[in-house]
Design a protein. Structure first.
Lengths: 305, 161
């Protein structure tokens, strides 16, 4: 290769790297180059194919698609746990939940965040992508004040903010789905494309429900959600001690509840406690528990469950 | 193939320039949200914005963006509600994640959509969506949330640090 060519190829290669940052840009760039006769049709196709494979990650799932995935995950969660039909309690949980959402890193999502109490004594809280958040009666019963409840909801909002549920989807499902999305210009699909998308959809739901209900999140996601909960608590004006106080109730628990839900699907309460305490210790200042909130909690929630 | 490189470069530069020129137009990416009078979630709504609506950016402040609608109405939206079309040279070094919203508008209605959900439900008739739809009906008015925060000495109404 001559020196001249090498000099010109360096900026070209740099531009190509920049374009790789955006799948759409790569495709349109490849289309333009092919149209201008700069690259062959086979080169164009291989560039587009490579960019699609590179971009098959959870971060390419749009807000709207996240919402549709979340709806079905929520329906599958509700197939396992009945809803607790108590409008007053659900209003309280949703009001408190929105305060945590406002204090979060991703307050606006496609159809907003919605919270629902589950009619089970199991100590559990779950969040489906797209902002469908569930908290069990058993968990609420363990909370002694609004700070504890706020911290649990903040932890679940944190999972949604960081798209932890979507990250449970296996890459192969996304490659399959994106292949159909990439080839079809229409928004309504023909039977073959629809069947392919439905299969990828079913697979994605299975991956998420398996993680949420059976296996539990990776340790790093749990610690990340705890860290976010501390941040959201402080922003909202709640004492982040609500989280350590709740974790304390889990330590040494040998009741039947300890075999399920939050106990089963998380790193140990001791491990979480240690990390959360050090995080709180690093804050320059933090809000403290307010008696007005604890009274509100005792008067409303305690009587409702 | 003579002089292919200057042609390639000029095409790339053209794309860059066009991308930079459109950078100040934002698109609503959530189903619906409020154009608010001040940069606060519980401030009064000036009007409702819906997915795909274009907004012109005026200013930014703490995660909020002051915008003008095509009808000339000015207000605030939270940055998480809009897609910022960008070709950010700094962000592109950080990889794909920072470019996550790039296809949001182009892909609207595609992929896992209502039609796919209907197809899924037709195959799984035992899975009920009744409570999912009921959950979506639970909406707390901004004024109620503000009152809850005031009474609970939360956010800007607090002081118990």
């Amino acid at each position: 290769m001559s020196g001249h060519k090498r000099i010109v190829l360096v900026p070209i290669a740099s531009l190509a790297m920049l374009f790789l940052a955006s799948c759409a840009a790569v495709q349109s760039g490849a289309d333009i180059l092919a149209g201008a006769g700069q690259i062959s049709e086979s080169d164009r196709q291989s560039i587009v194919k490579t960019s699609q494979a590179v971009s098959a990650t959870f971060s390419q799932i749009t807000e709207e698609q996240e919402y549709y995935i979340g709806r079905s995950v929520a329906a599958l969660i509700l197939a396992q746990y009945p809803a607790y039909d108590n409008p007053a309690l659900n209003t309280y949980i949703n009001t408190l939940g929105q305060v945590m959402v406002y204090s979060s890193t991703r307050p606006e999502i496609y159809a907003g965040y919605h919270f629902l109490v589950l009619d089970t004594e199991e100590v559990n809280a779950l969040s489906a992508p797209g902002g469908f958040i569930f908290i069990s009666k058993g968990l609420i019963r363990r909370c002694k004040n609004e700070e504890m409840l706020a911290s649990i909801l903040a932890h679940e909002v944190g999972h949604v903010c960081s798209k932890h549920g979507l990250q449970a989807i296996k890459k192969s499902r996304l490659v399959d789905a994106f292949r159909v999305i990439g080839t079809e210009a229409a928004r309504r699909y023909g039977s073959e494309e629809l069947a392919q998308l439905t299969t990828a959809f079913e697979g994605a739901l299975g991956d998420i429900v398996e993680t949420l209900v059976v296996r539990g999140y990776d340790r790093k996601y749990e610690h990340e959600a705890d860290e976010l909960a501390v941040n959201f608590d402080v922003t909202a004006g709640y004492s982040p001690k609500g989280l350590t106080d709740f974790l304390q109730t889990m330590i040494g628990d040998t009741t039947t509840a300890s075999a399920k839900g939050w106990f089963k699907t998380h790193p140990s309460a001791e491990q979480r406690m240690e990390k959360v305490k050090s995080r709180i210790g690093s804050l320059s200042s933090a809000p403290v528990e307010a008696s007005v909130r604890t009274k509100r909690f005792e008067q409303s929630v305690a009587k409702l469950i | 193939m003579k002089r292919p490189i200057p042609m390639t470069l000029s095409v790339c530069l053209l794309i860059l320039i066009v991308s930079l020129l459109v950078a100040e137009t934002l698109t609503v990416k959530v189903q619906s949200t409020s154009l608010r009078s001040t940069p606060k979630f519980y401030s009064s709504a000036v009007q409702t914005l819906s997915a795909g609506q274009k907004l012109e950016k005026i200013a930014a402040q703490d995660g909020w963006i002051q915008v003008k609608t095509s009808g000339g109405v000015v207000g605030w939206v939270h940055s998480s509600a809009v897609e910022v079309p960008k070709f950010d040279l700094m962000a592109s070094n950080k990889g794909l994640k920072t470019q996550a919203s790039a296809g949001e508008v182009a892909l609207a209605g595609k992929g896992f959509n209502k039609q796919v959900e209907e197809s899924y439900r037709a195959k799984h008739k035992d899975v009920s969506f009744a409570w999912v739809d009921k959950m979506l009906q639970i909406k707390i008015a901004a004024a109620k949330i503000e009152e809850f925060m005031k009474k609970g000495k939360l956010g800007e109404f607090g002081g118990g640090r």
